[in-house]
Design a binder for this molecule. Structure first.
Ligand SMILES: Nc1ncnc2c1ncn2[C@@H]1O[C@H](COP(=O)(O)OP(=O)(O)OP(=O)(O)O)[C@@H](O)[C@H]1O
Ligand SMILES: [Mg+2]
Length: 258
């Protein structure tokens, strides 16, 4: 398979995500819902991809399939060149701990753990020493403007702050892939700008991001926007390189003041 990101003369760089014919039907109360109907998708290392589309289009289902939170009915999925669609839950759990960070719309912080413990937990679960986990946590919370909040409980933080803690938790193991489902979905416009600024900053440093959003402004921070409609990719557009700075990062439009 040819890969445009392959270094000349070297081995091809595997896409971070490669999906072929992914399909998922939900069987709930009523008629079966064909949420994802044969999706082919490749995400290359370092890309920031936004998935937009109407409510019910299947965006979250697609993200859940890629993060192993739901299993496809058919189709194939590779992460980092490794075939994963047939992994069992235990193997997925290990993969998520080490390689994938996940942020959801409603934070999913553990409400009876402090901010510090919420962020350190995934690092400890992945085998980091308590000291390394502490150091990573302190560094990330400072980076995300949350220094001094490490002893707070999630319920004592604003929505935007909680979402930043969720981002810290998702990034603490330096995941190859960050999956974010409406990461600012429940936030006001200030909170949305904060999350956007942080995602852009991590992207500038090379973080690969696959983000579901209904917010055009959030989507416009990405390199590439996929329009999802009725379980399928209706459009897949690279945004113009002219919008970004020569380093490949996002231009000053998104430089926001605290
Ligand atoms: N666990 C489930 N059981 C039954 N039906 C489901 C389940 N999860 C999702 N669905 C249905 O599958 C379809 C796609 O849902 P999905 O959550 O993927 O959409 P979405 O694009 O993320 O929508 P939104 O923008 O509202 O979050 C919807 O019709 C939804 O009702
Ligand atoms: Mg959704």
């Amino acid at each position: 398979m040819s890969d445009p990101t392959a270094p000349s003369g070297g081995a091809a760089v595997a896409p971070i995500v490669r999906a072929e014919g992914l399909t998922k039907t939900h069987h709930g109360e009523g008629a079966p819902v064909h949420a994802v109907r044969g999706v082919d998708l490749t995400v290359r290392p370092g890309e920031f991809v936004a998935v937009t589309g109407p409510s019910g289009a299947g965006k979250s289902t697609l993200l859940h399939l890629i993060g192993g939170l739901q299993r496809p009915d058919s189709g194939k999925l590779w992460l980092d060149g490794q075939r994963v669609d047939e992994y069992r839950e235990a193997r997925w759990a290990v993969l998520r701990r080490r390689r994938i960070g996940v942020v959801f719309q409603f934070f999913n912080l553990v409400s009876n753990l402090t901010v510090a413990d919420n962020v350190e937990l995934p690092a400890l679960l992945a085998g980091a020493s308590p000291r390394a986990a502490r150091e990573s946590r302190a560094e990330l919370l400072a980076e995300l403007g949350l220094e001094g909040r490490d002893k707070s409980m999630p319920g004592e933080l604003s929505g935007g702050e909680q979402q930043r803690v969720a981002l810290a938790r998702a990034l603490v193991n330096h995941p190859a892939l960050l999956l974010a489902d409406e990461p600012a979905g429940s936030l006001d416009s200030k909170g949305t700008r904060e999350v956007l600024r942080l995602l852009s900053r991590f992207h500038q440093r090379g973080q690969t991001i696959l983000m579901v959003t209904h917010d055009a402004r959030m989507a416009s921070a990405a390199d590439r926007v996929i329009s999802f409609f009725d379980g399928r990719i209706a459009d897949d557009a690279e945004l113009g390189a002219g919008r970004r700075s020569p380093s490949g990062g996002v231009s000053g439009v998104l430089e926001l003041k605290e």
